[in-house]
Design a protein around this ligand. Structure first.
Ligand code: IMP
Ligand code: MG
Length: 184
């Protein structure tokens, strides 16, 4: 899928495929340096993190395993409430493992802060977070995000794993959705 397939639905491209890939290469280098001599358990948060997970993991030289979790925030509307339900739990025991959570975007940070404390209680040797995108709100919550790709404005973005009503995930770039798409 590329820009032609969604013509008119996007206001503009915020991050190109090249920008994303270049930044992921830098993040992978930082992660490799920090985890030298160790093994990482990457935990992807479904479904938004699939693209970041696929590309970031392939840029790493450090040996890693992958596992996945699916969560849903209770609460009405589009804002997450911070009360989280596990839809799919991990298959891996975290005891003694170096765990790195891989996320697409941190908005309010509520989901991630719940997830971090849930996983912390399972006894990992270490727990860190890597997120491709971060919105301004996220800085208000205490989430230990060690690796951030880009700080972006407080606007709704799609592409590269991120959806609006389950669409646009397969775009290779991140774009701003045009207001007419969500009924403005
Ligand atoms: P929060 O940090 O708990 O507010 O929730 C973050 C989750 O909301 C992310 O993992 C995304 O699934 C979703 N989300 C937040 N902002 C956006 C956006 O701009 N586009 C698409 N999904 C988003
Ligand atoms: Mg997500």
């Amino acid at each position: 899928m590329d820009a032609h397939d969604v013509e008119g639905d996007l206001e503009k491209i915020l991050l190109t495929e090249e920008q994303i890939q270049a930044r992921l290469t830098e993040m992978a280098a930082a992660i490799d340096a920090d985890y030298k001599g160790q093994e990482i358990l990457l935990i992807g948060v479904l479904r938004g993190a699939i693209m970041v997970m696929a590309d970031l993991s392939r840029k790493l030289h450090t040996p890693c395993e992958m596992d996945w979790m699916a969560v849903s925030s209770y609460g009405s509307g589009t804002k997450s409430s911070g009360v989280v339900r596990i839809l799919k739990d991990l298959d891996t025991d975290l005891e003694g493992r170096h765990v790195l959570i891989v996320e697409d975007i941190i908005d309010s940070g509520l989901t991630l802060s719940w997830l971090a404390s849930n996983l912390q209680s399972r006894g990992p040797a270490s727990l860190s977070i890597a997120a491709l995108l971060r919105k301004p709100e996220a800085t208000k919550v205490q989430v230990p995000v060690r690796y951030v790709g880009f700080d972006i404005p407080n606007e709704f973005v799609v592409g590269y794993g991120l959806d609006y009503a389950e669409r646009y995930r397969t775009l290779p770039f991140v774009g701003l959705l045009a207001p007419h798409v969500y009924g403005a």
